[in-house]
Design a protein around this ligand. Sequence first.
Ligand SMILES: Nc1nc2c(c(=O)[nH]1)N[C@H]1C(S)=C(S)[C@@H](COP(=O)(O)O)O[C@H]1N2
Ligand SMILES: [Mo]
Length: 224
Amino acid sequence: MNKIVVPIIFLVVASIAGVIFSVKGIRREPVELKPVEIREYEGSPLSSIKDFRENSIKGPQYVDIGSYKLKVTGLVKREKTFKYDEVIKRFKNYKKVLTLYCVEGWAVNILWEGVLVRDIILEAGVKDDAKTVIFHAVDGYTTSFPIEYIMDNDILLAYKMNDVILPPERGFPFQRVAEDEWGYKWIKWVKEIEVSDNVNYKGYWESRGFSNEGDLDKSFLENQ
Ligand SMILES: Nc1nc2c(c(=O)[nH]1)N[C@H]1C(S)=C(S)[C@@H](COP(=O)(O)O)O[C@H]1N2
Ligand SMILES: [Mo]
């Protein structure tokens, strides 16, 4: 009897030990799961997030998301401060394919995803004398829009492009997506949305001769 039982017990113990050792022994490097950008949306091709040219006034900005806050200030009923996640979760998300045209002559067609600037501003409540919305970025860059334009249109504050979270170079955490407007109106690394009564405000490129309207159908130069 023992002649059979002993080897069986031995075999069982040995195979359990074998399993434990082999599991412990597997030392495979973790596989990095990179986000994959989509290159086609509803049958139409998209540009790649690598097709952009880096021409920001101070180069890419690397925002620490732990301490990041988006502020709504100025002529609002309640000044507001949102953390990154709050912005994305609190407001309804939208997506749209839009092309960014830089005045330098290049363009990228991208699926943008984000929240509406209007929804964020409405949460703060606009005062009667509000005329202009000024966007401020981490690198000191600014650009502005008439308040009616922001409130009457579906203007995105994007946090994703081609289904991928904005890379730091592309404006993480948020880029304002400005439909029908030149690239310099697409402010990256947005940190503050200021509601103002200053109708003559001029942003970074606007104060250097670029049209304040930024209308794509017209020249980007102010007096042409
Ligand atoms: N904060 C910030 N946003 C910015 C700029 C900048 O220098 N700083 N450059 C603008 C210009 S001129 C263009 S064409 C687009 C270009 O986007 P990209 O730098 O992601 O290619 O970003 C716009 N947004
Ligand atoms: Mo640009």
